[in-house]
Design a protein around this ligand. Structure first.
Ligand code: NAD
Ligand code: AHE
Ligand code: ZN
Ligand code: ZN
Length: 374
């Protein structure tokens, strides 16, 4: 049976810098190779706030933001074979087509099959499935989870175990996978290593969990908001440091604390000055720093090249280097097996109508993750 247009609620970002507006949107049926899903829950990540602020060079408006969702397949377009109606899925802003140069390289999770149209807020055929009173609304990161229903390409869905609570595993659609993956997959932190994690929000705390699971010997959490320290310690941080308590640069403080620097550092904020500090607190000869945070348009990183000449390594990661379709379902299984918890992250839950409160709580430093329940 051919699917019909659905009318539902969505939070629309009409303009940069303005609160989201709850609207009745039309969601067109999935086209060839596409899938329409009913969202059950979505987290709110700092990247949503970043794009809404107008700092994202790829930010297009009006758009439906959101990229940390969990949902159930409602209908499928022509030719879709890998998922069926009723399957539980996590939307992927990093798809996995399995056939592009990037997928075939085996060296990266950055599938590029639909990256160009995704960055323009469009489906792969160059059009949009969302509209309000006939006016097209752009997609966001290929996911647009701040809507009761959304449409994605088949290659942008990870099919997961239906026993997993979507209200929790939605966080594996971005934050938790990114932080854990950065540590275990990108950096490959080894047992006994000393690790510094800058920024203890959803991403940094997930990196703390990853470091604990990797068997790191020392996990130093750094944040200017000390209310984050209690949870960081519960999750495995051995030390918590507030840079505001020191007169000298934080990299010097960390180098002194660690007999010459850390083996691995992670920047989980999006601040280019902290990115420099994260590199420079690494141990001479081998320390590696991984950039996770997303910095605003026009910003650049800098350090003395001597930092790299003398063996420090600077790298970055998107979605923790995780290949969504082939590897994310296993993260869900590991969660179900009790290897890590997600409820600690969910400081607030709310209906879609209150989504602007989730952004306020994030900006006030009061939340780790707000999860919208549909
Ligand atoms: P968040 O707002 O929940 O957490 C950020 C934390 O950084 C807060 O605890 C804040 O107090 C702290 N902080 C701010 N300035 C600081 C400073 N100068 N020194 C120390 N701590 C400071 O954000 P989040 O959702 O955890 O996201 C963190 C960053 O990661 C954002 O830039 C986001 O866009 C990015 N991100 C990247 C990826 C990726 O794939 N690379 C994925 C998800 C999120
Ligand atoms: N559009 C921005 C960059 C935003 C960005 O870096 N996004 C990360 C994911 S953040 C999730 O919370 C990412 O995956 N990047 C890889 C990619 O292909 O976008 C800009 O600067 O233009
Ligand atoms: Zn995110
Ligand atoms: Zn690909």
């Amino acid at each position: 049976m051919t699917a019909e247009t659905i009318r539902c609620k969505a939070a629309v970002a009409w303009k940069a810098g303005e609160p989201l507006s709850i609207e009745d949107v039309e969601v067109a049926p999935p086209q060839k190779g596409e899938v329409r899903i009913k969202l059950v829950a979505t987290g709110v990540c700092h990247t949503d706030a970043f794009t809404l602020s107008g700092e994202d060079p790829e930010g297009v408006f009006p758009a439906i933001l959101g990229h940390e969702g969990g949902g159930i397949v409602e209908s499928v377009g022509e030719g879709v074979t890998s998922v069926k109606v009723g399957d539980h899925v996590i939307p992927l802003y990093t798809p996995e087509c399995g056939e592009c140069k990037f997928c075939k390289s085996g060296k990266t999770n950055l599938c590029q099959k639909i990256r160009a149209t995704q960055g323009q807020g469009l489906m792969p055929d160059g059009t949009t499935r969302f509209s309000v009173d006939g006016k097209p609304i752009y997609h966001y990161m290929g996911t647009s989870t701040f809507s009761e229903y959304t449409v994605l390409p088949e290659i942008s869905l990870a099919k997961i175990n239906p026993e997993a609570p979507l209200e929790e595993v939605c966080l594996l659609g971005c934050g938790v996978t990114t932080g854990m993956g950065a540590v275990m997959n990108t950096a490959k932190v080894e047992p006994g290593a000393t690790v510094a994690i800058f920024g203890l929000g959803g991403i940094g705390l997930s990196a703390v969990i990853g470091a604990r699971m990797a068997g790191a010997g020392r996990i130093i959490g750094i944040d200017i908001n000390e209310s984050k320290f209690e949870l960081a310690k519960k999750l495995g941080a051995t030390d918590c440091v507030n840079p505001k308590h020191y007169d000298k640069p934080i990299q010097e403080v960390i180098v002194e604390l660690t007999d010459g620097g850390v083996d691995y550092s992670f920047e989980c904020i999006g601040n280019v000055n902290v990115m420099r500090a994260a590199l420079e607190c690494c141990h001479k000869g081998w320390g590696e720093s991984v950039i996770i945070g997303v910095a605003g348009a026009g910003q650049e990183i800098c350090t003395r090249p001597f930092q790299l000449v003398t063996g420090r390594v600077w790298r970055g990661t998107a979605f923790g280097g995780v290949k969504g379709r082939s590897e994310l379902p296993d993260y869900v299984e590991r969660y179900l097996a009790g290897e890590f918890q997600l409820d600690d992250f969910i400081t607030h839950t709310m209906p879609l109508e209150k989504i602007n409160e989730a952004f306020d709580l994030m900006h006030e430093g009061k939340s780790i993750r707000s999860v919208i329940h549909y």
